[in-house]
Write a protein that binds this ligand. Structure first.
Ligand code: ADP
Ligand code: MG
Length: 724
């Protein structure tokens, strides 16, 4: 072990739990104390202002300048009383992560002094210098400036001493430059379409909300060891490293006892998040060593997504206090599980009904089946696009790389629900659906669903899109993703499908069919039409890959080609018809996806090339020369050493191969860099550059096995991966 590696390991081993105790073990004492939520609004705003703001939030009517000023004044007073001295518009640019530009509340009072100021105008809209955020050509072809505007449906909060105001980020010409804008549009689209369909069942429904409950997986690594791994520092993952002899094969980590240092971090994280109104509920060890999960109680999708974005930044900050680094990369280590972010998603009405939860009567269950089947149909129609929504240079290591979940989107329903759908599909409708003497709708088989579902034990972990009793769980989302991309596609696809469904049902009703029967018949037709997406078997198997291709599902695994789905005619039509994206926005976003892909692969190629040439090859050569020296001296004594010669040859071969491969990779990069078209460039990076990563790594990892540990500079997996 080199001195540096030893020091880092020693430092890592010396870190002890940092206990940061919450003031009470009753979270309600401090939950949301850093949020300007309804409780705080009621206190700091007068009734008229409060009512007007609630009206804006609930019915989306714009704020008048007077009201905005009054809200700003109340918000400022609250913020100052809670230690804030700056404010910022907090938004989610397409780089990923969140952006904030802080301004002080202070402004000159005109007579040599300073006063704290924060007007409604500043609250509502700002013009951050947006030129260095990606825009996919939007601001080159149009107007150069963008602006951020307050999203009153997500409350402001204080981080450190800054009041953060959640905002959308838009070009002056109206195109969205962020994740939040289209997410809000998709929430409206599905609200509108689902409400219409709900009215078949209950005329009182005025609104349908989309809900999101994410489960965030992550790794923790000691910061001393992290800082000695340039690949982790620069790319978020290890580009080399031989598997540790013991990793997850004993299955002793999942749900195991949480190491004390980690537990201290988790408690601290929970305390910070609860103060920010993020309703964290679950924490546990995950499958891989050093891998953990945190999950909140689900919320309305826009707020839930803001909370996930906020969580990721809070995690990073809190982890440093505990001498950890959080790794949100989807695949930080080879040979052990990667990290995802399951998106639990459902639709619910303002009358309190979860539309994906079976009910007690046949009529309620017809509603449940209606929504269930329409979701399945939407997922089938846009399965390629759904995959595109979660694909990235980092998540491609999970999707399609023999790891959970597979790169083919299918839905898992479980035996009970599957049998209900089979029954509907095969029913002789006139016998199975009836109206009794009181004209009450009856349907054999459907009344029993709830009791059956209680027994829903056959959860399938290999499915990318599973029905789990009262919601769908989209498991292909990556741990570092912004959930918005996935939820935008899901909401919009479901909105489109529900609108089509309604058209078909209405046509039948107009033709004289009874409403329930019309719904039943269209549902039956949908079950037939979209059977191909339904798969309850093992999603990792090769048989499924072959079968899925036969069924016409999207089986593409090349990330740049998967992005093509964003520009399919059916995609553009869907987004335009629902008002979620215009064509220009879609083109811009796809361009950014290709651009980000190229940049990430480019950085990895550079880091890998550098480390191979200036860490690995010199160290291996040094060891080789020690062996050569020994072999030569032994030969002087007339002693033959076949094993030494063998080892020398192995090292020589591997270092030579590394040098050749790195050289070739650099040449391929040069060729790729000269390609103008961003899609073609991304394809070249995928097909000709990234293919070297595994080949170079293989040589390095083999060298790690044989080269003297005393001189190996990089911390090894066995050191990084086992927090005590
Ligand atoms: P598991 O690991 O068993 O899938 P977790 O408890 O880790 O489950 O996470 C489940 C997530 O799903 C939580 O965020 C939970 O609040 C959320 N959830 C539960 N019901 C719904 C629902 N109806 N709609 C959306 N999310 C839900
Ligand atoms: Mg979980």
């Amino acid at each position: 072990m080199t001195l540096l590696r030893f020091k880092m390991l020693e430092t890592a081993m010396s870190h002890t739990p940092v206990e940061v105790a919450a003031p009470s073990n009753n979270p309600s004492d401090y939950f949301g104390e850093k949020v300007f939520g309804r409780k705080q609004m009621r206190k700091y705003l007068n009734k008229h202002t409060y009512d007007a703001l609630m009206d804006t939030i609930d019915s989306k009517t714009p704020l008048t300048p007077d009201i905005a000023d009054a809200v700003a004044a109340g918000m400022r007073q609250w913020a100052l009383e809670h230690g804030a001295d700056h404010y910022c518009h907090w938004f989610q640019p397409l780089t990923g992560g969140t952006a904030e530009k802080h301004d002080s509340f202070a402004s000159l009072d005109g007579s040599g002094g300073i006063l704290e100021e924060f007007s409604g105008k500043v609250l509502i809209q700002q013009e951050p210098d947006a030129s260095s955020f990606p825009n996919g050509g939007i601001r080159n072809t149009f107007e150069a400036r963008g602006y951020s505007a307050w999203d009153p449906t997500s409350p402001a909060f204080i981080v450190d001493t800054t009041l953060c105001i959640p905002t959308v980020f838009i070009a002056y010409t109206g195109e969205a430059l962020d994740y939040k804008t289209p997410l809000l549009r998709s929430i409206s689209a599905v609200d509108e379409a689902a409400t219409e369909v709900c009215k078949y069942f209950d005329r009182n429904v005025e609104r349908v909300y989309s809900y999101l409950g994410w489960e965030q997986e992550y790794f923790l690594v000691d910061d001393a060891l992290w800082s000695a791994r340039p690949d982790l520092v620069q790319t978020g993952r290890t580009l080399m490293g031989h598997e540790s002899a013991k990793n997850q094969q004993l299955e002793d980590h999942y749900f195991g006892a949480i190491p004390l240092r980690v537990l201290a971090f988790m408690k601290d994280l929970e305390y910070e998040c609860l103060k920010l109104g993020i309703p964290l509920k679950t924490r546990h060890n995950e499958v891989a060593p050093n891998q953990f999960e945190v999950a909140p109680i689900f919320e309305e999708a826009n707020l839930a997504n803001d909370h996930n974005q906020l969580l990721m930044t809070v995690m990073d900050k809190v982890s440093r206090r505990h001498h950890f680094r959080v790794l949100l990369h989807e695949k930080p280590f080879k040979g052990i599980n990667g990290s995802g972010k399951h998106n639990n998603w459902s639709l619910g009405t303002d009358t309190g009904v979860n539309l994906l939860k079976p009910g007690k009567t046949a009529f309620e269950n017809l509603q449940f089946i209606t929504f269930l089947v329409n979701v399945i149909a939407a997922v089938h129609r846009h399965n390629g696009l759904l995959k595109a929504s979660v694909m990235s240079a980092t998540n491609e290591h999970r999707l399609g790389a023999n790891e959970a979940p597979p790169a083919i989107i299918s839905t898992f329903l479980g035996t009970q629900v599957s049998s209900v759908l089979d029954k509907i599909e095969n029913s002789q409708s006139d016998e199975d659906i009836r109206f009794d003497a009181k004209n009450i709708f009856r349907m054999s088989g459907l009344t029993q669903i709830p009791t059956l579902l209680l027994d829903n034990t056959d959860r399938n972990r290999t499915s990318p899109f599973a029905f789990t009793g009262n919601r769908f769980e989209f498991r292909a989302v990556g741990s570092s993703d912004n959930c918005a991309d996935a939820i935008i596609v899901l909401n919009t696809a479901v909105a489109e499908q529900l609108a089509d469904f309604k058209r078909e049902v209405d046509a039948r009703i107009e033709a004289g069919e009874k409403k329930e029967k019309a719904i039943y018949e269209v549902v039956r037709e949908l079950i037939r039409r979209h059977k191909a997406i339904h798969f309850d078997g093992n999603g990792y198997s090769d048989e499924w890959k072959a079968e899925a291709a036969k069924r016409g599902l999207d089986c593409e695994t090349s990330t740049p080609l998967v992005f093509d789905r964003y520009l399919d005619e059916s995609t553009v039509r869907m987004f335009e018809n629902t008002g979620v994206y215009g064509k220009v926005e879609l083109e811009a976003r796809t361009e950014i996806k290709w651009e980000m892909y190229v940049k990430k692969i480019q950085i990895e190629a550079r880091v890998l090339g550098d480390l191979a040439m200036n860490h690995i090859v010199p160290i291996a050569s040094k060891y080789e020369s020690v062996l050569l020296d020994k072999a030569w001296k032994m030969s002087q004594l007339g002693i033959k050493s076949a094993t030494d010669s063998e080892l020398i040859k192995t090292i020589q071969d591997r270092t030579a191969t590394i040098q050749t491969l790195v050289h070739e990779m650099i040449e391929c990069r040069k060729v790729a860099n000269r390609i103008e078209d961003i899609r073609e460039k991304a394809i070249a990076y995928h097909d000709t550059v990234a293919v070297y990563f595994g080949r170079i790594r293989e040589q390095i990892d083999k060298l790690e096995e044989v080269v003297d540990d005393q001189i190996w500079t990089l911390p090894k997996y066995r050191e990084i991966l086992f927090i005590k």
